[in-house]
Design a binder for this molecule. Structure first.
Ligand code: BGC
Length: 450
């Protein structure tokens, strides 16, 4: 069907041979993972910024002479909670809206719009000298992150070759961890400045990620599944050929396209689209007792993301610096925070292999067990001997092991699964809803932990 969708024959051969993937094609799919840097950096930088002397002085009006007094020298907890969690409130709505938009304007365009909104939010935050601008700035940036975080997963799952899809989406999680690490390093570099550069540098730097991602995506092709959904088979064939690095009329491209079309046609028979309201309602249709009903898929996606947040991982990344400070036995809490983020980065790549080798479910089960054991040990040590130096060291070691379990299992696993479980007619909304659930619980935990 070169140049046209007319002669396309649907295939039901699920064991067909996939196109051998060229390096260029891999790189194109992997580039989208860069969106993770954006997500990670934005959620990570605030932890260090709120612990900086200049920021505490500026935002509370306390004199520097109070800086040795641990009981007063801090941004009040409720304000800290507000600043941290307002971002997730924005991302919650951003992810929901983006799920809608991605079906109308395309996956790629929605991400690019997200980058623009994010830049506006970053400009507001950079310009801020009081809470009044910082908080709305984080809310607006949150919308942008919501767009990007929901739709990148959708985009990556749709453009990646099936056999490496899990590994490539795990690459997104890896970029989240890199983003958190980068944020820690930048915070570490500016923490001792006694001018606005201390917080403006880490905040403003984020614009760079948005510019790189937006420009990169501008040059990348749209998702072929989006074109199939819109009935534009010529364009679908064209982008698929770019993504796989094979000519449009090659057997590989024709077969893969035929499979996408066949799947979509079948799914449309099972899930008729109807009105706008109906297309949302489709996410909640079907029996609760049938494992493959839409309702079950939506519950699975949203609760997986909820559970991922309930692991409590963001306590470490949002409040680690302040928590280690309050233990009172650690001389450099920034450094410990840096180490925890490094453990996060180094453990994630293990999942590139394990997620394909052992499958999603076993990974999630074993990861949960590992985290559970570590959390119990940290809690027991904390309540029995929490002030002793050796006990604190043991706690930190187990926190690191806990991060290892999270980073190699639930961190990537939850994202990979939500990219895979929804049929095309409800995919963008299903992924949007699941991502919104991640941010909702992220926001709740950000607000409750301090
Ligand atoms: C979670 C984030 C978390 C990060 C840590 C992500 O998968 O959704 O909330 O901060 O992992 O690496």
């Amino acid at each position: 069907m070169p140049g046209g969708g007319a002669g396309l024959v649907a295939t039901s051969d699920v064991n067909r041979v996939e196109a051998p993937v060229t390096i260029k094609a891999y790189l194109m799919c992997a580039f989208a993972a860069f969106g993770g840097i954006f997500f990670g950096y934005d959620s990570g930088y605030i932890n260090g910024v709120l612990g900086m002397n200049y920021v505490i002085h500026k935002y509370t009006g306390l004199p520097y002479s109070d800086s040795n007094n641990n009981t007063v020298w801090a941004i009040p907890s409720w304000k800290k909670s507000l600043i941290v969690s307002i971002l997730s409130a924005g991302t919650f709505f951003g992810a929901l809206i983006a799920g809608d938009l991605a079906d109308f304007t395309g996956r790629r365009t929605t991400i690019i719009i997200g980058c623009f909104i994010f830049i506006v939010g970053v400009i507001l935050q950079t310009a801020s000298t009081t809470y009044k601008l910082l908080v709305p700035g984080r809310l607006v940036a949150g919308f942008g992150v919501g767009f990007v975080s929901a739709i990148i997963i959708l985009y990556m799952s749709e453009i990646s070759p099936r056999k490496v899809r899990g590994a490539l989406v795990s690459g997104y999680q890896f970029c989240i961890t890199l983003g958190i690490l980068l944020a820690s390093c930048v915070d570490y570099g500016t923490q001792n400045r006694l001018d606005t550069g201390s917080y403006r540098i880490p905040i403003a730097l984020q614009m760079l990620w948005a510019i790189i991602l937006g420009t990169g995506l501008f040059l990348l092709p749209e998702s072929p599944r989006y074109f199939v959904k819109r009935g534009k088979l010529d364009q679908a064939a064209n982008v698929l050929s770019r993504l796989r690095g094979h000519p449009i009329d090659s057997e590989y491209i024709q077969q893969e396209l035929a499979e996408i079309v066949a799947n979509h046609e079948y799914e449309l028979q099972v899930i008729p689209q109807g009105s706008y309201f109906n297309s949302w309602m489709n996410c909640f249709r079907g029996s609760l007792w049938r494992p493959n009903s839409n309702l079950r898929r939506t519950i699975l996606g949203t609760s997986l993301q909820m559970m991922q947040q309930w692991t409590g991982i963001n306590f470490i990344f949002y409040f680690g610096t302040t928590f280690f400070e309050t233990l009172g036995t650690i001389s450099n809490p920034f450094l410990i925070s840096l180490i925890t983020t490094l453990v996060n980065v180094c453990s994630t790549p293990i999942s590139f292999w394990t997620i394909e080798r052992f499958g999603r479910r076993p990974l999630l089960i074993w990861g949960a067990l590992g985290m559970l054991i570590c959390e119990f040990i940290v809690a027991i040590v904390g309540v029995t001997d929490g002030q002793d130096k050796k006990a604190v060291r043991a706690m930190i070691s187990f926190i690191c092991i806990y991060i290892f379990f999270f980073a190699s299992t639930w961190g990537p696993g939850a994202w990979v699964v939500i990219g895979e479980i929804f049929p095309l007619p409800i995919r963008s909304r299903g992924v949007g809803l699941s991502t919104a659930s991640n941010w909702l619980w992220n926001c709740v935990s950000g607000y409750c932990f301090p």
